[in-house]
Design a protein around this ligand. Structure first.
Ligand code: SF4
Length: 486
């Protein structure tokens, strides 16, 4: 029965991709399938979490359909992507047995392996954006050598059974080592799907066509808002170069997304629907990831750029509106944790971890502390799996479970999921271990800065005051106290 349902799911996906006439009907079929599967998932997920997940998934399908209809995504490119992506990472039933590698991992280590990792193979970038943790002079920038990069991808594939990887930077399309680029990786691992965070400025017609030919890569292009906000942070003329990259991707038929860092400066733009209308409806964006500027590393100098707790709540409300009313598939690393049952860092099952250009293994892009280094592990005959066994990683996974992920007795506030940003005190004293080192001097320096700690704690206290009630009423379905006092 299950196989029948799965084949109907795949059939619907194939029809959406290749049959324009029957596309509308297949979308409805797929929609029903997604709803039923997501709402029937057993476990600790709250009803509202499942509804949020459904709203996100159905928005992805609807946006992809619009872009297929408009010819912004070529069916043959989408087909290739679906053959890699649908059926494993994209399965709507996250509790089903996935594949033998994952089962074997669970047997040995007590839990399923992480679903993916974020790999930044090189720090080199052709832009120098305010507050970016990665920008550097590309000529002397640190990077992993090609064989190490290749081995990391191989191990994620073979040891974790992962078919999805995120590539970040620096600028990934600038990476070159031993005459090889990331395109060589994408070509070799053609049963994996790669999401590449890029500034977009190197996506020429030629590169867009190459990505179409590969069929297993989607670029997520960084945008800061309109031209004013984008050029202000990324440099003059960058906005227009981004629009040109989008045109190249549309012409080649490659699905692409945008990645937006929310700051106090572009907050007004992000709570206005016009921004999304332009990028989703006119530019043919298929998805959007949102991040909120973290005041760590170089960001410490720009703490005034952080969104405030009230601004974050406004962004949460905007996210709900955009997903439910407009069906724009958007996920925000902090406000959308109902999509992932909380924080996904520390190599959690169904989650991820991060490796930077020096080989440092970190819980998350936004948790810049490491105990292990991949080059050291490899030199000592170990593998990526050993990098997930440090006390810091274990502390993080324990906190995630206690906070609410798979906890029958307690559900932590889903609007405050972040192990470092939203629970800094706990992170510093209960997760971080003495053997952990900062990714750079600034990440190290903030650990010894009492003002930083107070700033983070005040942020967390204010955020709790603003969000606890939303969580109680909307997600836990607790009846507001005033209902009784009437
Ligand atoms: S540590 Fe924070 S930013 Fe990283 S995955 Fe967890 S919630 Fe997201």
């Amino acid at each position: 029965m299950k196989n029948l349902k799965e084949s109907a799911f795949k059939q619907a996906v194939n029809t959406i991709i290749s049959n324009k006439m029957l596309r509308g009907m297949a979308v409805k079929q797929l929609d029903k399938y997604l709803y039923k599967n997501l709402m029937n998932v057993q476990g600790e997920q709250l009803e509202q979490e499942k509804l949020d997940q459904y709203a996100f998934m159905t928005s992805i399908v609807q946006q992809a359909r619009k872009n297929l209809d408009k010819g912004f995504i070529k069916p043959e490119v989408m087909k290739k992507m679906a053959s890699v992506f649908v059926g494993d990472s994209y399965t709507p039933d996250r509790h089903k047995k996935l594949n033998p590698v994952k089962e074997a991992y669970k047997e040995k280590y007590g839990d399923y392996p992480p679903q993916f990792l974020v790999l930044s193979p090189g720090k080199g970038c052709n832009l120098h954006c305010t507050g970016c943790y990665a920008s550097a002079d590309s000529a002397i920038a640190e990077k992993l050598d090609y064989e190490t990069t290749r081995r990391i991808v191989r191990e994620a594939h073979d040891l974790f059974g992962s078919h999805f990887m995120t590539i970040s930077g620096g600028e990934p399309f600038m990476y070159k080592s031993d005459g090889k680029t990331m395109l060589d990786i994408f070509e070799e691992f053609n049963d994996m799907f790669f999401l590449v965070y890029t500034n977009g400025t190197l996506i020429t017609e030629g590169l867009a066509n190459k990505l179409a030919e590969l069929g297993n890569v989607t670029p997520a292009i960084s945008v800061e808002g309109w031209e004013e906000q984008t050029d202000d942070r990324r440099g003059k003329g960058v906005y227009h170069r981004i629009l040109k990259a989008m045109a190249n991707l549309r012409n080649a038929g490659v699905p692409f997304g945008i990645s937006v860092t929310a700051t106090s400066k572009n907050h007004e733009v992000l709570i206005n629907d016009d921004f999304y209308k332009f990028f989703f409806d006119e530019q043919g964006v298929t998805y959007m990831w949102q991040f909120q500027l973290m005041p760590i590393g170089r960001g410490k100098d720009v703490t005034d750029l952080m969104v405030t707790p009230p601004q974050r709540v406004a962004l949460y409300n905007q996210w709900v509106h955009l997903l439910e009313d407009k069906h724009y598939p958007i996920a925000d690393f902090w406000n959308s944790s109902s999509l992932s049952s909380g924080c996904i860092a520390y190599g959690r099952w169904n989650g991820y971890f991060y490796i930077d250009w020096n080989g440092n293994i970190m819980p998350c892009v936004f948790v810049p502390y490491h105990v292990d280094n991949v080059k050291d592990l490899y030199a000592n005959g170990k593998t990526l799996i050993d990098g997930l066994q440090s006390k810091m990683f274990k502390n993080g996974r324990k906190w995630q479970k206690d906070y609410g992920f798979e906890n029958h007795d307690h559900r932590g506030n889903v609007l405050m999921p972040c192990s470092i940003r939203d629970h800094y005190d706990n992170f510093k004293h209960n997760i971080l271990t003495p053997d952990a080192k900062g990714e750079d001097e600034e990440a190290e320096a903030v650990l010894h800065d009492p003002e930083y700690e107070v700033m983070m704690k005040n942020f967390d206290d204010e955020l709790e005051k603003l969000t606890q009630r939303i969580f109680d009423e909307k997600y836990l379905k607790k009846v507001p106290a005033e209902t009784f006092s009437k």
